[in-house]
Design a protein around this ligand. Structure first.
Ligand SMILES: CC(C)(COP(=O)(O)OP(=O)(O)OC[C@H]1O[C@@H](n2cnc3c(N)ncnc32)[C@H](O)[C@@H]1OP(=O)(O)O)[C@@H](O)C(=O)NCCC(=O)NCCS
Length: 161
């Protein structure tokens, strides 16, 4: 993926057929991340994405000429439950485009959890205007310390239709 190809990516709402690709991106990230334990087998992750993540959506996908480059999953109340790009699509501004799309849909703001180990993601979220508001010692399935980040919408902003 070259920088110039990033313009070929467009963000759209996911359909059920996209969920296998989203689960595969997450599964690849888990396997490639040394500090990340695998707590669910790959098939269970895919079923969870089809049955639960899609249902509580919307899920926004970054579509690059028909290939899913990455996705952002939202659930009620402006909670971002997942944001993952496949490795070759990182560092090109696609994550920022997905966050922009989530902000556009947010009523009052967005919240998300990230692992303390994930320093690259923290730098990204802070650059996108998120601030850390809470930390845990590992109160999650993985048992890893994590951080709650929040972004507050400007109540006076104009929202696109
Ligand atoms: C974190 C992530 C969503 C950011 O999206 P992105 O499209 O790569 O980010 P952008 O191009 O919009 O912005 C680049 C910034 O992202 C961050 N970043 C995180 N991981 C990165 C990577 N592997 N390559 C490049 N930038 C990365 C950096 O802060 C970078 O800023 P810098 O240029 O100052 O170093 C994406 O890199 C990703 O999917 N990473 C792996 C999965 C992950 O950690 N998800 C977050 C779970 S909470």
């Amino acid at each position: 993926m070259r920088n110039s190809d990033a313009g070929q990516v467009h963000c759209r709402v996911a359909v059920p057929a996209d969920m296998a690709a989203c689960a595969a991106i997450l599964n690849r990230w888990i396997d490639a991340t040394p500090w990340m334990p695998r707590v669910h087998p790959e098939d269970d992750v895919e079923r969870h994405y089809r049955e639960s993540v899609f249902e509580s959506g919307p899920v926004i996908v970054a579509d690059c000429r028909g290939e899913i480059a990455g996705f952002l999953a939202l659930s009620g109340g402006g909670h971002v439950t997942a944001l993952y790009l496949d490795e070759r699509y990182r560092g090109l501004g696609i994550g920022a485009a997905l966050i922009r799309e989530a902000k556009r849909r947010a009523e009052t703001g967005l919240e998300l959890w990230t692992f303390e180990n994930n320093r690259d993601a923290q730098r990204f979220y802070e650059r996108e205007g998120f601030v850390p508001v809470r930390r845990t010692d590992g109160d999650n399935e993985e048992g890893l310390p994590d951080i709650l980040y929040r972004w507050r919408a400007d109540p006076l902003r104009e929202r696109e239709a």
